[in-house]
Design a protein around this ligand. Structure first.
Ligand SMILES: NC(=O)c1ccc[n+]([C@@H]2O[C@H](COP(=O)([O-])OP(=O)(O)OC[C@H]3O[C@@H](n4cnc5c(N)ncnc54)[C@H](OP(=O)(O)O)[C@@H]3O)[C@@H](O)[C@H]2O)c1
Length: 252
C-alpha cells in the first residue's frame, strides 16, 4: 500500500509535477500515437458515496478541475460517443472541438445536438423509420449498428470506418456498462467528487454484470479535494475485431 500525495503520477519514469496546467493535463492523457484501431476512453464522475447523478444530472457533481479535465479530454478526442439518456438529460449541444455520436435505438432525441449536421447517430435497422428520415434529411450521419439493438462492437467498428480512432465516451451508465461488458473500454478516467449525497442515484455503470480488472495509471487531486483517476485494463484488450467492419448501412 502507498500513500497518495497531491498530483503524484504513478507512472514510474515520469516526473511528478506540483501543478498541472491544461497543457500538462493534455500531455498526461495523450492517446497512443498512430492508432490502427479505435482506442476507447471513458470519462465519468461519481460522488464520494458512488452516485453518478445529483438531481438527475452529473454536472452538479463537478468542480473547476473536473470541467478543465472534461474540456481537455474533448480536445484530445476525435469523437464523443454518448447514450441518448445522457444527451437528453444533459441537453447536449454541438462542440466545435469534437464530433458527437449519439447511441439510440428509439431515436427519441430532444437535445440541440440532434439538429447539427456534424452529429452522428448510431442506431439499428428497426429504429422508427420516420425519425431516421428526419435525421437524415437534417444532414446527420445515421449508421445502423445492429438489427433490433445497437451492438457495442458495431459502435467501435463504425468509428473505425469513419477514421475516428480517438474515441471518448461520456457514458452514461447504460452505454458504459454495455461497452465494458463487451471488453471495449481501453481506459477509464473516473473523477471522485468530495461530496456524499446519499439518495438513490445511479452508479457510473449499469446493465449486466462483468468483471473487468484495471490498474491505476495516475491519481491526481486538486485544492477542492477532487480525485482524478485514470485506469487501464490489467490484460491488454483483444483489438482484432475492431478493424473488421461490423457497422451496417450508413444513411445519407
Ligand atoms: N456521472 C457521470 O459521469 C455521468 C455521465 C453521463 C451520464 N450521467 C447521468 O446518467 C443519467 C443517464 O443514464 P442512462 O444510463 O440512461 O444514460 P445513457 O447510457 O447515456 O443512455 C442510455 C440509452 O442509450 C440508448 N442505447 C441504445 N443502444 C444502447 C446500447 N447498446 N447500450 C446502451 N445504451 C443504448 C438507450 O436509449 P434509446 O431509448 O434511445 O434506445 C438507452 O436507454 C443521467 O442522469 C446523466 O446525468 C452521469
Amino acid at each position: 500500500m502507498q500513500r497518495l500525495l497531491k498530483a503524484i503520477q504513478l507512472t514510474p519514469d515520469a516526473p511528478a509535477p506540483d501543478h498541472l496546467d491544461d497543457r500538462a493535463l493534455s500531455d498526461l492523457h495523450e492517446y497512443p500515437a498512430d492508432l490502427a484501431v479505435p482506442h476507447v476512453r471513458a470519462n465519468m464522475i461519481a460522488s464520494l458515496d458512488g452516485s453518478a447523478q445529483s438531481d438527475g444530472r452529473s454536472g452538479a457533481l463537478g468542480g473547476p478541475g473536473d470541467r478543465l479535465l472534461f474540456g481537455v479530454l474533448r480536445e484530445l478526442a476525435d469523437v464523443v460517443v454518448v447514450g441518448s439518456g445522457t444527451v437528453n438529460s444533459e441537453n447536449y449541444r454541438r462542440d466545435p472541438r469534437v464530433r458527437i455520436a449519439v447511441v439510440s435505438t428509439s431515436l427519441r432525441l430532444t437535445a440541440p445536438v440532434l439538429t447539427d449536421p456534424s452529429t452522428i447517430v448510431l442506431t439499428c435497422r428497426q429504429a422508427p423509420a420516420d425519425r431516421r428520415d428526419e435525421l437524415v434529411a437534417a444532414g446527420l450521419t445515421v449508421i445502423d449498428c445492429g438489427t433490433d439493438r445497437v451492438e457495442p462492437p458495431a459502435i467501435v467498428a463504425a468509428m473505425n470506418d469513419l477514421g475516428l480512432r480517438r474515441v471518448l465516451t461520456e457514458g452514461g451508465p447504460t452505454l458504459l456498462g454495455s461497452l465494458l461488458s463487451f471488453g471495449l473500454v481501453d481506459e477509464m478516467c473516473v473523477t471522485t467528487a468530495p461530496i456524499a449525497i446519499a439518495g438513490s442515484g445511479a452508479r457510473i455503470t449499469a446493465g449486466s454484470t462483468t468483471d473487468r480488472r484495471f490498474v491505476p495509471a495516475h491519481v491526481l487531486t486538486d485544492d477542492d479535494g477532487y480525485l482524478y483517476t485514470r485506469w487501464i485494463p490489467v490484460h491488454p484488450l483483444d483489438h482484432t475485431a475492431r478493424s473488421v467492419s461490423r457497422a451496417g448501412r450508413v444513411h445519407h
